[in-house]
Write a protein that binds this ligand. Structure first.
Ligand code: SF4
Ligand code: SF4
Length: 176
């Protein structure tokens, strides 16, 4: 599948498409613990992810339309890059959260925010329900500039398909 084909035809990237992109970590790296998962598959002029990483684990370089490349061995899973991506295309995946569950962090710009401990509906890249999830953390520090980052626990089998949670009715965005 050519780069961008999934986004171009459906509005969201396919799993094959993101797996084939340079920002997607290897299975071996995922198995070691928390790591950034960069699902940026369109060649757009953008690079805040590169500047956001204190470890030099993300490279866009020149031209600025290069797809971001992740060096999984340099990534320490700090999550600082998630809220910096204007495309909301970066996630943090920890396959070592427990024997049966993975922890997934993602940007979520909709109100109302869920409460830690709540059970929510996890959705895939298309916004379709996948499974139930437990909210582990809701982080919204000033440095995130109104992009809250939510962390959920999900069954490991859904770790590469879940990429967010269903919005609650009656909510709006966070004013960006
Ligand atoms: S999670 Fe942290 S170390 Fe990894 S790419 Fe993002 S900013 Fe860099
Ligand atoms: S900041 Fe986000 S949208 Fe921009 S290049 Fe990086 S991953 Fe892609």
């Amino acid at each position: 599948m050519p780069a961008g084909a999934g986004v171009a035809t459906s509005g969201y990237p396919s799993l094959d498409e993101v797996r084939g992109s340079p920002g997607y970590p290897s299975r071996e790296r995922m198995a070691k613990g928390a790591v950034a998962v960069i699902e940026c598959v369109q060649e757009i002029p953008c690079n805040p992810c590169e500047a956001a990483c204190p470890r030099g684990a993300v490279k866009v370089g020149q031209p600025i339309t290069n797809l971001p490349a992740l060096d999984g061995e340099k990534c320490i899973g700090c999550g600082l890059c998630l809220a910096r991506c204007p495309g909301l295309a970066i996630f943090l995946l920890d396959m070592t959260y427990s024997d049966t569950e993975a922890a997934l962090s993602f940007p979520h710009e909709y109100l109302p925010l869920p409460e830690p401990g709540a059970t929510v509906t996890a959705v895939d890249r298309a916004g379709q329900p996948v499974c139930r999830a437990k909210v582990l953390k809701v982080a919204n520090p000033a440095r995130n500039d109104r992009t809250p980052v939510i962390t959920i626990a999900i069954p490991k089998e859904f770790a590469e398909s879940v990429r967010g949670i269903a919005r609650k009715s009656g909510g709006g965005d966070v004013g960006r």
